[in-house]
Each structure stands twice: as structure tokens, then as C-alpha cells.
Design a protein around this ligand. Structure first.
Ligand code: NAD
Ligand code: TYD
Length: 341
């Protein structure tokens, strides 16, 4: 039997990068193709070890470029596509929405066309709980797969648009698909523009941590490895055409998250700086993962074990994040900070 060929888009980013590493080691009999444009969020140093693995391949390409994507699919004939590549940061989508439509909507459509053209066996679209909009603070309410899509940010609107295209390619052309909608991830190789790695890196450097508004907004945190195992399960066992929510019931206010990191690192809460609120800031996200649990998924980390592991990783891998936060990122952060003050 020939080896399965798995295309992972966005495999130089945070979650895609962890997923590539997970797949390369778990499935030596698969060929894993990491396709990434290497935008500001893409970084290949995380795959130094993979480069020596025979089943790992890297392709630099733009998912929205039909002229390279269609011939690539014709040449390699992928069996599976797991689609992570996206513009992923809400704050950036507020200042520059155009590239979110280009990559997240048009890029997804090009991949769907290519997948239909060569007849892939499964297309897994990695989406987000943010497509459902926001919940209020009633702790008994959760997003289910039936919750209507009501995205509030340009980021979540572009992800919702891509979800609807994926659904439409299934309904219209019978493309075998699944959509996963996960809550906020954290863990190794998280880009330091997002709350948890931003807080860890700034606290370690004794720099102020900007908390938007009153810090009472709630996110439902999942360790990235638990997200990877969920996608692996959906790829192999997901029922054709189905949506699966992914989350581990780890709701925390932003202030709780920041304070946990500060106390774990033995620093002072004086580092917290309350700044202007984000425009259209969603109040609360919380996932009901019952459907995925019925498929056999169980997370391995609690928030306590996961955040401890993650903080230790940032302590052990200072070189990685110091290289990321130098240069262009520093300009981005200073501008963002100015906007928020
Ligand atoms: P990320 O920003 O860390 O990585 C995105 C990757 O996509 C980068 O490597 C980047 O270079 C690549 N990319 C961007 N534009 C591209 C293009 N046009 N062509 C090819 N590659 C391109 O993002 P992430 O946090 O790892 O998120 C990955 C996916 O998971 C996204 O689709 C996101 O919507 C979804 N998601 C993220 C979270 C989260 O908490 N981060 C939660 C749920 C779902
Ligand atoms: P983020 O990590 O950007 O993820 P998302 O917006 O996709 O949920 O933000 C997580 C939460 O933290 C969100 O409520 C906004 C808040 N936040 C801050 O308070 N300060 C910051 O500097 C950042 C980046 C986020």
C-alpha cells in the first residue's frame, strides 16, 4: 500500500507547527507536507529536528495563489488536507482586515478547488469558536455545534466565511470534509503577540503587561497538544460533513491568567497595566465538547498542568522567543501599545 500524503497548511505557525511535529513522529508511514508562506507568524526553526526525518517535506507557497496550488495538488496528489494557514490575530484584523479576507477566505477557496480537483479523501478545516460570536457571563451557557454563527471581529468573520465555503463544497460537490472549532490554544511556540506568551515573555523581562478593559473577559483555554490529538481523531474518525467543537472546560478571566503567570514566575502584580479595551471585544467564549468526546477524545492537560508546562517551556526556550520579539515584532507591539493607551 502506498504511503498516505498529508498536506498541512500553516505548519510553520503555532498550532500547525505543533501538529506537524505530532504527525511526523506519530505516523512514520505517512508523508507530511508542511506548506507555508512564512509570513511574520511563520518560523521554521521549530522544525530543525524534522528536517532530518524522511517523512517531512516543506513547501513555501501562498494558499491564495491558484497558479501554484493547483499544479502542486496535481503533482503530489494529497490524500488528506489539514488546513491551518490563516491570519490569526484579532488585533491585527481590526487595524488591517483586507489580508484576512485574502488569506482566510480566498486562500481556503483555492485549497477547496484543488482538493475537489484531485479528489482528496478528507479535508479538515481548522476553525475557531470565535465564529459563534460571544456568550454572556452566565456559566451554564456554552457554544455547541448548533449555535448560530455571529462573528464580531474581522478575523472571526473571515473564519466564518471560510467555514461556510467548506460546508458548501461538501453540500454541492460532495467533498469529504470536517470542520473543527477550537477554543483558545496555548503551549510551546505560541507567537508572543497573543495573551499568554505575551505575558510570559514580558513578565520575564520585567515589562508591563497590557490588560484590555477591566480584564474580566473570559476565554476557554486548551493546551495545543490536546488540540492536535482532537484534529488527528477527526481526520481519521470524523463523520463526513460534520462539525466538531474542541475545548476542555478551562474558563478563566484574562486577569486570572495574567496573575497566574506573574505568581508562578514570582514577580509583582505591579506589572499589570490596564489599557483601553479592544474594539468589539467578545465577552466570553466557552465550548461544549460533548460531540467530540463521544467520538473518543479526552484532553490530557488541565489548565494548571498545561500552564506550568508552558511557562517552563518559555523559560527553557528563551532564545526562540527573544529572536521572535526582536525586529519587526517590536515595532508592531509599540504601535499596538500606543493605540491602546
Ligand atoms: P499562526 O498565526 O501562529 O500561524 C499561521 C501560519 O499560517 C503561519 O505559519 C503563517 O506563515 C501561515 N500563513 C499565513 N498566511 C498564509 C498564506 N497565505 N499561505 C500559506 N501560509 C500562510 O496561527 P495559529 O494560532 O497557529 O492558528 C492556526 C489555525 O488555527 C488558524 O486557522 C486559526 O484560525 C485556528 N485557531 C487558532 C486558535 C488559537 O488559539 N490560536 C484557536 C482555534 C483555532
Ligand atoms: P488573544 O490572545 O489575542 O486571543 P483572542 O482575541 O483570539 O481570544 O487574546 C485573549 C484575550 O486577552 C482577549 O480577551 C484579549 C485579551 N488581551 C489582553 O488583555 N491584552 C493583550 O495584550 C492581548 C494580546 C490580549
Amino acid at each position: 500500500m502506498s504511503k498516505k500524503k498529508v498536506l498541512v497548511t500553516g505548519g510553520a505557525g503555532f498550532i500547525g507547527g505543533n501538529f506537524v511535529q505530532y504527525m511526523v513522529s506519530k505516523y512514520p508511514d505517512y508523508d507530511i507536507y508542511n506548506l507555508d508562506l512564512l509570513t511574520y507568524a511563520g518560523d521554521l526553526t521549530k522544525h530543525r529536528d524534522n528536517e532530518t526525518m524522511e517523512n517531512y517535506h516543506f513547501i513555501k507557497a501562498d494558499i491564495a495563489n491558484r497558479d501554484t496550488i493547483i499544479p502542486l495538488f496535481e503533482k503530489v496528489k494529497f490524500d488528506y488536507v489539514v488546513h491551518f494557514a490563516a491570519e490569526s490575530h484579532v488585533d491585527r484584523s481590526i487595524t488591517d482586515p483586507g489580508v484576512f479576507v485574502q488569506t482566510n477566505v480566498l486562500g481556503t477557496q483555492v485549497l477547496l478547488d484543488a482538493s475537489k480537483h484531485v479528489g482528496v479523501t478528507k479535508f479538515v478545516h481548522v476553525s475557531t469558536d470565535e465564529v459563534y460570536g460571544e456568550l454572556d457571563f452566565d456559566p451554564t451557557t456554552f457554544f455547541t455545534e448548533e449555535t448560530p454563527l455571529q462573528p464580531n471581529s474581522p478575523y472571526s468573520a473571515s473564519k466564518a466565511a471560510s467555514d461556510l465555503l467548506v460546508r458548501a463544497y461538501h453540500e454541492t460537490y460532495n467533498l469529504p470534509i470536517n470542520i473543527t472549532r477550537c477554543s483558545n490554544n496555548y503551549g510551546p511556540y505560541h507567537f508572543p503577540e497573543k495573551l499568554i506568551p505575551l505575558t510570559i515573555s514580558r513578565v520575564l523581562n520585567d515589562e508591563k503587561v497590557p490588560v484590555y478593559g477591566d480584564g474580566k473577559n473570559i476565554r476557554d483555554w486548551l493546551h495545543v497538544i490536546d488540540h492536535c490529538s482532537a484534529i488527528d481523531l477527526v481526520l481519521h474518525e470524523g463523520l463526513n460533513g460534520e462539525v466538531y467543537n474542541v475545548g476542555g472546560h478551562n474558563e478563566r478571566t484574562n486577569l486570572e491568567v495574567v496573575k497566574t503567570i506573574i505568581s508562578t514566575l514570582g514577580k509583582s502584580e505591579d506589572l499589570i497595566e490596564f489599557v483601553k479595551d479592544r474594539l468589539g471585544h467578545d465577552k466570553r467564549y466557552a465550548i461544549d465538547p460533548a460531540k467530540l468526546e463521544q467520538l473518543g477524545w479526552k484532553p490530557t492537560y488541565t489548565f494548571e498542568t498545561g500552564i506550568a508546562q508552558t511557562i517552563q517551556w518559555y523559560l527553557d526556550n528563551k532564545e526562540w522567543w527573544e529572536q521572535i520579539i526582536s525586529g519587526d515584532y517590536q515595532n508592531y507591539f509599540e504601535n499596538q501599545y500606543k493605540l491602546n493607551r
